[in-house]
Design a protein around this ligand. Sequence first.
Ligand SMILES: [Zn+2]
Length: 430
Amino acid sequence: MSFDLLVKNANLPDGRTGVDIACRGGLVEAVEPAIEADAGNVLDAGGKLVSPPFVDSHFHMDATLSLGLPRMNQSGTLLEGIALWGELKEILTVDAVVERALKYCDLAVSQGLLAIRSHVDVCDDRMTGVEGLLEVREKVKPYIDLQLVAFPQDGLYRSPTAEQNLLKALDMGVDIVGGIPHFERTMEDGARSVQRLCEIAADRGLMVDMHCDETDDPMSRHIETLGYETQRLGLQGRVAGSHLTSMHSMDNYYVSKLLPLMAEAEVHAIANPLINITLQGRHDTYPKRRGQTRVPELRSYGINVAFGHDCVMDPWYSMGSGDMLEVASMGLHVAQMTSREAIRYCYECVTTHPAKALGLEGYGVEKGCKADFVLLQARDTIEAIRLKATRLAVVKGGNVIATTQPRQTQLALEGRPDSIDPADYAPNEG
Ligand SMILES: [Zn+2]
């Protein structure tokens, strides 16, 4: 019995320790202690964490790595970002979109990020971003699952050609229906756009993922319409509401009525902690709102919550490195989810929860799943977040596609150790 890849002595996210993982033909064939078998490649995990790959449920790959083009966002607001992106769109070329997106995907692989849902702006009659990202989706297929959302950035009704462009993008092969109801001119137009977009998705058998209520306005209640339309059209489990930042500022009684609707509609909630904490609350003096949606409350209703990266070095956000552990870390800080089990939950918000929202098949380090995983320089998921742990090896289909040297510092201090490994600082937990 010979395997393609045998991983020895791994810890798993669910707390199992010291297991071996045997892979063949691109699949995991066994996860158990002490597997004795030949393998083409043996990877010693050394008691470190082997996790299914990171999944980013919300990204903008048509804009990534464009920071500074054609200028910087001076106010730091969402609205200046949208205006700036409008200037850049005019001069965008397919080649430039493809080049930047592929460069980002290289970085994603190095970070163990192997599935990404990216919105692509369809409010450009030339369809530059759509054409570029469809090409990228094919090019990266061997190593990244890239889902594309037709995103009418300038508003389905606010922009005169948005609807026809959105339908064209879906005809061209874009996977998912997007929207931006809070950016329409009136609340009524916003609600109408949600209804229309959900009908398009239902007609075509597609999923929905809308930028929904990305505002500090507590009266922005398009998530209610989204939940309602999801149920009316039988789209349960296939609809995601992204951002949902107005929920942060909503009246508590109203939220107590909204959460059960979202749970019944099985709407996935996607928060974008890095972006929400920087873009929201910009009109506040002090106290300044955080703007992140109500993660612990959504969780308590059994609603599937995922954290997205949203932006890396683009008109909205000048930071970011494709590191979903940084995203999880910001999410848990902003939500004050600091208990041990809540931190583990935040790890799931960048792995299993987005995998569910994206409908990924064969995801997980389990027998019969795809042999896709990441070896981290950390003992467990809490340590992984705390350390933003180095991705020692990234495995796709049973092949190692990226490796990074462990982080280790040589010390020159008298009477102290010669070197330190950050993973050695894990606490003792019974
Ligand atoms: Zn977004």
